[in-house]
Design a protein around this ligand. Structure first.
Ligand code: B12
Ligand code: SF4
Length: 517
């Protein structure tokens, strides 16, 4: 049977990285089937084109995975596939919580023939077999023989054949530059960011987050050996095709067990399996100097930190009191001293936020080493404790906000400001951090660092601004480049001044979003 695994685009930004679930399920598919992956972020498709595709390619089963943010598009695509006479199975965090919605049992129309609840590592092979036999069930739950929920152990972990998988759709370098970059050499024929997981689960249970509910509070790890082998495979592929690969460790808290993370990092170093990588780690765990040393030595370049707020009352309110705003600066200094920088994520519209929260946060940010600040709004995702709390209090203004997704728009009223005020605070955060002057200041403040780091932060800032300011397509990119030409030319001049070699970044430009046109 030919199986299509499809991930819808979010319609706003192009994700810089493919989704792991597709590669994982592909690797877990029983032998004898052909599995094709299409990521809508890399290969845009509408309802008509997916229906045509499944008909022309004689696809027998379509698997669709989506976060809440993309679910409306996912349902539309599922409807088109089902109308073309092909069965659809849906999985992922949204339908796990809203299975009745996907199956049309909540009064709406049906979008999926079957829903895979939770982690589907063990149910997927069964789903495929049932689809072949024509006996698809409505719901597949990961349970043992006694009906108890069973989480995959991750030991053993399937080998994802990164050396063979077609990854053309995930090259982040602009098509028109590829022949030139190939000729320049230095291994810049391709550049991809690949998702790798080393473990699953997070016990912290922050009120707004789905992770503890979805993956459970017990943490499961792959063996060090299996992670190291995956990195070696990726590294070898990049070398063979004269390209660059960076890894995003998608674990929710890569250092949740510090002892184990250190042992993994030591094994990566010992095996010479270092690639440049990004990981998510909470600030409290970065107090450990030895951990930060190992992160830098093992290839860590950017650490995503969910800071959320600089107000301890807000943090306590959302059960994230383990974040201590007083130590944020020290944590970021510790990383920057090792040339590791931070993606610092903030949420506005929390219940103790008042107008001016953006400026208060920006003031703190300006006192830290430059990084990549990002700003979002408090969002009640289905089945989270936050959703239940707001629903019970009658505070949801758009209870089914996912049915009509609006980027950067609140779905409930915060306690101490209006929805419009919260939206303005987010706009202020993005504008102040990503205007050309702010970008120039960030790059200049790294004047004591090697040129490569300054190029890195420039490219990363230009890409990250696209999360908020529409930056799709060639024209939008050209405009962004023109606006930032002063900083760009400054770096080019310094590069030539220091000899051509100095202009070649010693580190890959990392989190790149929408670089393709
Ligand atoms: C990596 C990641 C990202 C990446 C992008 C995604 C990517 N390219 O991989 C980045 C950093 C860009 C990102 C951004 C965002 N993310 Co995010 N992200 C993650 C993260 C950390 C890992 C995803 C992952 O690969 N997990 C590991 C795989 C194996 O798990 P999985 O995807 O759930 O797949 C398993 C099952 O769900 C199931 N399954 C999944 N799909 C399918 C499909 C079929 C057919 C079947 C049968 C089974 C199945 O089988 C898989 C194997 O068991 C998750 C948290 C987490 N731990 O999952 C959050 C998470 C997915 N993100 C989340 C959110 C909210 C966001 C943002 C909206 C945040 C924001 N406020 O801006 C943005 C929006 C992204 C966008 N562009 O639209 C939420 C989603 C919750 C929800 N209900 O939708 C999560 C769960 C985290 C959280 N805090 O709750 N994210
Ligand atoms: S620490 Fe991060 S992953 Fe864990 S529950 Fe909190 S927000 Fe979610």
């Amino acid at each position: 049977m030919k199986i299509l695994l499809y991930n819808p685009d979010n319609g706003v930004t192009r994700n810089f990285m493919p989704h792991l679930w597709m590669f994982l399920l592909q690797a877990l598919t029983p032998p004898g089937h052909e599995v094709v992956l299409i990521d809508g972020n890399a290969q845009p498709m509408d309802e008509e084109s997916i229906a045509r595709y499944v008909r022309e390619q004689n696809v027998g089963l379509v698997g669709i995975g989506a976060m809440t943010r993309m679910i409306a598009k996912a349902y539309r695509m599922a409807d088109a596939v089902r109308a073309a006479g092909v069965k659809v199975v849906m999985g992922g965090p949204h339908v796990t919580e809203m299975a009745e919605e996907a199956l049309g049992r909540d009064g709406g129309s049906r979008h999926a023939d079957a829903v895979a609840l939770g982690e589907a590592d063990e149910t997927w092979p069964r789903i495929v077999e049932d689809a072949v036999r024509g006996t698809l069930k409505d719901v597949y739950a990961p349970v043992d023989d006694f009906g108890q929920e069973r989480k995959p152990s991750l030991q053993p972990y399937p080998e994802i054949p990164w050396d063979k998988i077609k990854l053309d759709q995930f090259n982040l370098l602009p098509g028109i530059l590829q022949p030139l970059l190939k000729r320049i050499g230095g291994g810049w024929g391709t550049f991809r960011i690949i998702p790798v997981e080393s473990g699953r689960g997070c016990p912290y249970g922050c009120e707004f987050c789905t992770v503890t509910g979805f993956f459970g509070d017990s943490i499961r790890f792959r063996t060090n050996e299996s992670v190291v082998n995956e990195l070696l495979l990726l590294k070898a592929r990049a070398r063979e095709e004269g390209g660059q690969i960076a890894v995003f460790f998608i674990d929710d808290n890569f250092a949740i067990n510090v002892k184990r993370t250190k042992s993994l990092l030591r094994d990566i170093i010992a095996a010479d399996a270092q690639v440049h990588w990004v990981a998510q780690i909470s600030a409290n765990l970065l107090r450990d100097e030895e951990l930060v040393d190992l992160i830098a030595a093992a290839g860590g370049k950017w650490i995503f930190i969910g800071m959320e707020s600089i107000d301890p009352a807000n943090l306590a309110d959302v059960k994230k009191g383990f974040n201590k705003p007083g130590e944020y600066g020290a944590v970021l200094d510790r990383l920057a001293q090792r040339n590791v920088f931070a993606i610092t994520s903030f949420i506005f519209g929390m219940d103790n936020d008042t107008p001016g929260v953006a400026e208060r946060t920006l003031k703190e940010i300006r006192s830290w080493p430059p990084g990549l600040p990002i700003f979002g709004l408090m969002t009640p995702l289905p089945a989270t404790p936050l959703y239940k709390k707001l629903e019970a209090a009658g505070r949801l203004t758009r209870p089914k906000h996912w049915q009509e997704f609006i980027p950067f728009a609140m779905a409930h009223t915060p306690l101490k400001m209006s929805i419009d005020e919260a939206h303005n605070e987010v706009r202020k955060g993005w504008t102040s951090s990503y205007n050309p002057e702010a970008i120039e200041r960030a790059v200049d403040s790294l004047n004591h660092k090697p040129l490569g780091y300054r190029i890195n932060i420039l490219i990363a800032r230009l890409c990250f601004r696209g999360i908020y300011f529409p930056q799709m397509g060639r024209f939008a990119w050209l405009k962004t480049i023109l606006k930032n030409r002063r900083t760009i030319f400054k770096l080019i001049r310094q590069g030539f001044g220091g000899g051509l070699h100095a202009a070649v970044p010693p580190v890959a430009p990392q989190p790149v979003i929408e670089l393709r046109d």
